[in-house]
Design a protein around this ligand. Sequence first.
Ligand code: ADP
Ligand code: ADP
Ligand code: ZN
Length: 216
Amino acid sequence: MRIILLGPPGAGKGTQGERLVKKYNLPHISTGDIFRAAIKEGTELGMKAKEYMDKGELVPDELVVGIVKERLMQPDCQDGYLLDGFPRTVTQAEALSAALGELNTPLTGVVNVDVNQDELLDRLTGRRVCKSCGSTYHVKFNASKVRNVCDKCGGELYQRVDDTVETVKQRLEVYRNQTEPLIAYYENKGLLFTVDGSKDIDEVFKEVTAILDAKK
Ligand code: ADP
Ligand code: ADP
Ligand code: ZN
C-alpha cells in the first residue's frame, strides 16, 4: 500500500500514522520528523529547514521534494509506505506524481483527516512528544500515564517549539493557503477518502482501517 495522510496541523496524522504503520507493516515517512532529526544532528539541511519551521512556514519545495524522492528509492519502500505531512503543496504533489509515474507505482489512496480549526488549536498547544521515540501525546486528550514520561519507552516528553499559539495560527493559515488545495487535487484523481478526525483516536483509526482494508 502506498498511502498519503493529508490534513491540517494537529489533525492526528502522526497519531494515526504510528498505528497504521504497525498494522500494515509500512515505513512511516514524515517529512516533519526528517527535518527535526536533521536539526538535532545539526546538518546543513537541518539548519536551512529550521529557519522556516520556527516561523511556521513551509520549507521550500525543492528542498523537500529531493529528500522524499531519495527516501522512496530506499529498499524498504519497495512494497509500500505511508507518507505523513507530504505533499503539502500542489508543486510537491505534482513532483510526487511524476516520480511515481516513472517508478510505475501508483498511489493506493489519500486519507484526508478532517478537523475544525478551534479543535486544532487546542490539540497543537497541548501536544507533547517523546524525545527518544517520537511518540505523540496530549496533556488532556491522550495523556501519558506518568506526567512528562513516555508510556512506551520511558523517555522525556517535550513541547515542540512551533506548537505555541502564535506559530500554530501561522501554520493553520499556511495550511489553508497552500495545502488545502490538495483536497480538490486528489479528489479529481479519484484518490481521496475523507474521515471525521474530530472523533476519538480509536474511532478515527477504525474509520481509516475500514477504508484501507477495502483497498488492499
Ligand atoms: P504538523 O504537526 O503541523 O503536521 P509536521 O511535523 O508535519 O507538523 O511539520 C512541521 C514543519 O516542518 C512544518 O510547519 C513545515 O515547516 C515543515 N514541513 C514538514 N513537511 C513539509 C513539507 N512537505 N513541505 C514543506 N515543509 C514541511
Ligand atoms: P498531526 O501529525 O496531524 O499534526 P498529531 O497526531 O501530532 O497531529 O496530533 C496532534 C495532537 O492532538 C497530539 O497532541 C495528539 O495526541 C492529539 N490527538 C490526535 N488525535 C486526536 C483525536 N482523535 N482526539 C483528540 N486528540 C487527538
Ligand atoms: Zn518514547
